[in-house]
Structures are given as C-alpha cells and as structure tokens.
Design a protein. Structure first.
Ligand code: PBG
Ligand code: ZN
Length: 324
C-alpha cells in the first residue's frame, strides 16, 4: 500500500505515539560512568579537568561519594581510572599492581560502600615512565614481556574486589594471559571486558591530559588499530572471544558506529562501546559556545545504542542519568 493510504507521519503524531513505537531505548543500566581518581588529592578538592568541562579528578573518598550519589540516581556501574603520584612511576609500572595503589584502594571502598558493579581499566600507561601501554625497551613496546604485568594488575584489582577487569593496552594475547592469571589464583568469577577494538585515535587527547598518560616518545600506532580497518576489527574481536573475553568493546564510538554494528552482527557476546573523552569534549564545547544544544547528548548516546552497543561507557552518564 502506498500514499495516500500509507502515511508515515501517523507514527510521529504525538509524543505518546512516538514513545510507544520507539525502536531503541536507552536505560540507566546501559551506561557506565568513568571515575578519575588521583592519588594524594585532598578530600573536598576535586580538580577540574581543563580539556573536559564538568569532569573532575577526585580523591578516593570523593570519587566513592560521587559514585554513590550516581548509584542513588540509578547508575549500575563505574569504570575506575587511576593517576598515581608522579614520583612513584617507574619503568615497570609498579604502582599499577601495588596492593595499596590508588585504584586498588578505590575498588575496595566502592565495593564496601556502594552496590555498583566496579570495572577497572587495566593498563600500564598511567603508571610507567614511558607513558606507553606496555613494557618498553629502547624505542620498542614489548608484547610478550608485557603480558605478565597486565596479569599482575588484573589480579591485584581482583584481590581488591573488582567485578570486571577491562584491559585497554592492545597487546596480543592479553585476554588469555589475564584469564589464566585470574583463574590460577581462584578468581574464575571475575569478568573480562576487553577493549577488543581500540583504534589509534585523536579522540583520546583530553583523556591523556586528564590522567597524564601521554607517551614520552612515539605514538601508539604499533599496538592500537589503524582507523581505516574494519575486517581487522573482526579478527581482533574473534581472538578475544577465543581467549576468553566475556564482553567485547569498540573504542571510540562515534566515528566507529559501523564497527559496533559489524561486531554486533558477528558475535553473541555483550557489546560495549566507549564514547571517549574527545567525543565528550567536542560536544560540550559546542554546547558551551551555543553552536549546539544539550539535545545532542541524548541523540549521540541513542545512536551508539542503535548501532548495537549494549553498554556505553560515557562521560555524559552523570549528565543524563536523571532524564532516563
Ligand atoms: C589507556 C586508555 C586510554 C583511554 C582509556 N584507557 C587512552 C589511550 O589509549 O591513549 C581513553 C579514554 C577516553 O578518551 O575517554 N590505555
Ligand atoms: Zn594504556
């Protein structure tokens, strides 16, 4: 049947009709709020992040309070990023697997004081002098040598009570190394959410400022993916699945909606997408300047969900939770 019997606008007639016929719905439990925790910060002195309007670095106590408050608004999960004291960084990233490290302490307190699902970013870049995601020899980022350190980090987070570890380093074989490491010491129940498809993206720029993890030399292109590639993304995801990942992730999200869609069509695992710092800051800047309105936030999150993401890590979580 064609026009005039068929009229698409009937489905758009009123807010109520649009509400009941909407194909994609965003729920509070879809969203994950990143938490930036900085070692040594005084309570009550959250630090604004210059390149990320309305995002802050928190002390452990204040970060936990912030998580708790969002939990009361219906948030289900957070992902923790740590910034250790600059003076403790070394070549082997040891503050990353210190029992009393900033992330380990935060995880413990979050689990004690909230009902949130706690996810931790597992990587070396914020903790090593080189600022690279792996162990470095001269100007090379070593793959196999890095795996045991990633496994140590994941175990230290599990000992602190983390629910899900999320390796973001892009070394080959890290999901298997972490799974074996965790299982070897009795943490079979800790999930792995793998940053399976992580592109070497300029959209991470504000994040590196937020956690001081800019590489001291070179770039991350020998381990993060080339933005031109989609078939390679499917291979990455397939390997992570075979190595034991529980949840797959695509990162960034916005310029990679086709990748999210392809992975969703190819795999039956829960799919996460990371709406990264640069995607956040560009919209915030546009809103601040008056070029855009706040509505772009919901439109953006909805687009990521429509592309196939079951979970969305987003700095906008805190801004939209109350509207869901
Ligand atoms: C570090 C890491 C990065 C992000 C998450 N974990 C940055 C990078 O790889 O340079 C990006 C997060 C964001 O931009 O919001 N492995
Ligand atoms: Zn890293």
């Amino acid at each position: 049947m064609n026009f005039p019997m068929t009229r698409m606008r009937r489905l758009r007639k009123s807010p109520e009709i649009r509400d009941i016929t909407r194909e994609t719905k965003l729920n509070k439990e879809d969203l994950i709020q990143p938490l930036f925790i900085k070692e040594g910060l005084k309570n009550g002195k959250k630090e604004p992040i210059k390149s990320m309007p309305d995002e802050y670095r928190y002390s452990i106590d204040d970060g936990v309070l912030f998580g708790k408050k969002l939990g009361e608004e219906g948030l289900k999960s957070v992902i923790v990023f740590g910034t250790p004291m600059e003076s403790t960084k070394d070549d082997l990233g040891s503050p990353a697997y210190d029992k009393n490290g900033v992330v380990q302490k935060t995880i413990k307190k979050l689990k004690e004081e909230t009902n949130l699902v706690v996810i931790s970013d597992v990587c070396l870049c914020q903790y090593s002098k080189s600022g690279h995601c792996g162990i470095v020899n001269e100007d090379e980022v070593l793959n196999d040598e890095t795996l045991e350190y990633l496994s140590k980090i994941a175990i230290s987070h599990a000992e602190a009570g983390v629910d899900i570890v999320a390796p973001s380093d892009m070394m080959d074989g890290r999901v298997l190394a972490i799974r074996e490491g965790l299982d070897g010491v009795g943490f079979e129940d800790v999930l792995i959410m793998s940053y399976s498809v992580k592109y070497a993206s300029s959209f991470y720029h504000p994040f590196r400022d937020a956690v001081s993890s800019t590489p001291s030399f070179g770039d991350r292109k020998t381990y993060q993916m080339d933005p031109s590639n989609l078939r390679e993304a499917i291979r990455e995801a397939e390997l992570d699945l075979l190595e034991g990942a529980d949840i797959l992730m695509v990162k960034p999200a916005l310029a990679y909606l086709d990748v999210i869609k392809s992975l969703k069509d190819s795999f039956n695992l829960p799919m996460a997408a990371y709406n990264v710092s640069g995607e956040y800051s560009m919209l915030k800047a546009g809103i601040e300047k008056g070029y855009l309105t706040e509505d772009v936030i919901m439109e953006t999150l909805m687009a990521i969900k429509r592309a196939g993401a079951d979970l969305i890590i987003s700095h906008f979580t805190k801004d939209v939770l109350n509207e869901l």
